[in-house]
Structure formats: C-alpha cells, structure tokens
Design a protein. Sequence first.
Length: 213
Amino acid sequence: MRILKNLLDLNKRAWDNIAEKYDDRSETPISNVFATFTAKLPEKGKVLDLGCGTGLPYARYLVERGFDVLGVDLSEEMVKVAFKNVPEASFVQLSMNEITYRDEFDGVMSSFSMLLLPPDLFKETASRIYSALVAGGYFYLSLNEPASLSDDPDSEVFVNIMGQDMYSRAYTVEEIESIFQPLGFSLMNFNRLIHVSEEFGEEHVIEFIYQKT
C-alpha cells in the first residue's frame, strides 16, 4: 500500500505543478462516443466526472446541456482551476479510488484519468464506480491501450508530461473487460482511434460506454 500511496503522491505533485499551464492548452475535442454517452442520460441527470482536471472540456460541456455535475480530482490546484472555468459545477479534491457514493449518479465518466491508476487501484475504483451509479446508469471511459499487442503495459509506466514525471499506464481491452464485466457492467459502445497532440504525442485511444445492469 505504501508503494501505491507514493504513486498517487507523485501524480498529485505533478498535476499541482502544471495545473495553470495545462489550463492554457487547446481543449480536447468531444468525441462521438462521449456525445452518445450524454444522450443516454436523463434530462438534468447527475454526472460524476472522475479526474475532472481543469473542468474543460467535459464539465463545461455537461453543464451547458443541463446536467448536475460533480467533479473530483486528486490535484488541489486542478480543482481550483476547475472552479474558475466551470462555476456552475461542483468540485471536490479527492482521489477517485476513495469515492464512497452509493446509487447517486445517472452517469459517471473518466476521460484518461484512470490511466493514472496502477492495476490494484484501477480495480478498486471500478467497483466504487459501480456503487456510485444508479441502476441502469452509464459509465464512459477513455484511456490508452498499448501501441502494439506485443507491448507489456507495465514496461513503461513512468512518463514526463510538461516537464513533470508521473505514473501513467496503458490498459488492454481484455484487461478492461475482465474488470468491468464481472462487476455487473454491460458493454454498450466501443471505439478505437488514434489521437495526436503536442503534449502527449501519438495515443492509441480506446473508448467504452458501460451500463450498470
């Protein structure tokens, strides 16, 4: 557990240090899969944004469409920026693996934030997501998969983003399915794409929409 805490502390320091700089970057475009996720939610539904970062673009997108949004983020500085960017939403400084909500949210989302969790904390967070959703609720997940099937996801887990070292791990589709399906999630949508940016280079992105059944 000490090792896991050290990884979280490493990531918290990194994101605290780059929060203002990260806020200046160009916004990530809203994907078709994320738009599909929001279309499945009830009008004025409650959405939990895990690893909300600066609140852009997702929290803003959601509140503009009438949703009641709560964002949580490990980084205190990111939460401060998010409050400034999206004052209509609520934000809490909290690690996503520590959420304790029960049957509360119509939708939960994680855009690349669960990459920052090692496998043990990833599995723990997945279980907490299931608990946080109402029956029939939806979960949107985007993250990176290894660029090649022969790559070991645990071989390169320390990266440098904007001059800050942090833990970030790619996950295979098989790993994701083996975690979420046994919990009682049904896969509703899946997509693959390649995204290129100045900050992160070429990313092999996978997107999922799960429903709590």
